[in-house]
Ligand binder design. Structure first.
Ligand code: UFG
Length: 338
């Protein structure tokens, strides 16, 4: 398939581009570089040994998106093009709704006009909200506690409604848990443009000396060591999950499929920190501070549906995640060049 990877210059998108090409697909990247850098293209070309087609385009722009579908023959879309910082979404809700829903509308309009029926959507475990359980399975009700989360809940609903109206559509809603890690080459990885909100890039920046210490948000949760517990999944495993989902849609009888992409294992903040200390071979300073508002104590995926229906399993360990993140961080202390 020739796959439009919307937001393909970003963290998860770029790793998925590699896996798509390795699986024999053709890729067209579209990105506005609002949270990524054009320099990723050269890195992708080095890893894959292939020329990468990349368009600088604002996917909220309906006409520009439509032109892209006229210029490039597209068979399927993987939609990563969205803002993703929870705290920022609370401060700038209009930006989040406008951007995350705007990209969805332009892509769906262009798909309709150009007869493209297959779409894989970057959703999130955030749609489970506080479900009152630690193990999240796809049948749980969805909700949200911040504008970012609502854009994912709404994105899923829009896709369900569109598929309902156009039965030839094939939609995958992929609910990611906590993606971390980097390509083993150390050439591509996560490159936060500001102070990292997420745990792993923050730890990596402490290890490289860009931050003084890690603040651990809460040490008194009812968990194995008092710190929060999450399902960290290597971005390479997440990327192969997208390829598996895309291929499964081609043979699916139902128009909409929802799959959790996680390992099924809960790992604590302290466990991840200690794994990173082993990878970097140094002690990393930390302090336990107050809980972060809105955080849940502990949750992880029930990945059994994806394991069965996609014949996909996460294979990488927490040590792999830390070793690969550290290699990326060491080789690129300031992220991608401008
Ligand atoms: N944490 C710290 N210190 C930090 C950053 C995080 O202690 O500096 C802790 C958090 O309190 C939490 C854990 O590390 O216990 C993971 O936090 P992240 O911010 O890395 O990830 P979240 O689980 O909060 O959120 C992530 C994504 C969201 C997504 C959610 C879905 O960032 O976009 O997973 O499960 F919605």
């Amino acid at each position: 398939m020739r796959v439009l990877v919307a937001g393909g210059a970003g963290y998860i998108g770029s790793h998925t581009v590699v896996k798509l090409i390795e699986a024999g697909h053709d890729v067209v990247i579209a990105d506005d570089f609002s949270n990524s850098k054009p320099a990723v293209r050269e890195r992708l070309e080095t890893i894959t040994g292939r020329k990468i087609t990349m368009h600088a385009v604002d996917l909220c722009d309906r006409d520009a998106t439509d032109h892209l579908f006229t210029d490039e023959k597209i068979d399927a879309v993987i939609h990563f093009a969205g803002f993703k910082a929870v705290g920022e979404s609370v401060a700038k809700p209009i930006d989040y709704y406008e951007n995350n829903l705007g990209t969805m509308f332009s892509l769906l309009r262009a798909m309709e006009r150009h007869g493209v029926n297959i779409i894989v959507f970057s959703s999130s475990a955030t749609v489970y909200g506080d479900a009152g359980t630690s193990v999240m399975h796809e049948e749980l009700a969805t909700t949200a506690v911040n504008p970012y989360g609502w854009t994912k809940v709404m994105g899923e609903q829009i896709l369900r409604d569109v598929a309902n109206a156009r039965p030839q559509m094939r939609v995958a809603l992929l609910r990611y848990f906590n993606p971390v890690g980097a390509h083993p080459s150390g050439l591509i990885g996560e490159d936060p443009s500001d102070v990292p909100n997420n745990l792993m890039p923050f730890i990596a920046q402490v290890a490289i000396g860009r931050r003084e210490k890690l603040n651990i948000f809460g040490g008194d949760y009812d968990t194995k060591d008092g710190t929060g517990v999450r399902d960290f999944i290597h971005v390479e495993d997440l990327a192969t999950g997208h390829v598996a989902a895309l291929e499964a849609l081609g043979r699916a009888d139902e128009p909409v499929k929802t799959w959790n992409l996680g390992t099924g294992n809960g790992v604590s903040v302290l466990e991840l920190l200690h794994a990173f200390e082993r990878a970097a071979d140094k002690k990393l300073p930390y302090e336990i501070v107050a809980r972060r508002p809105g955080d849940l104590a502990a949750y992880w995926a029930d990945p059994s549906l994806a394991n069965e229906e996609l014949r996909w399993h996460a294979t990488k360990t927490v040590d792999d995640m830390c070793v690969d993140t550290w290699r990326w961080q060491k080789n690129n202390p300031d992220g991608y060049p401008d």
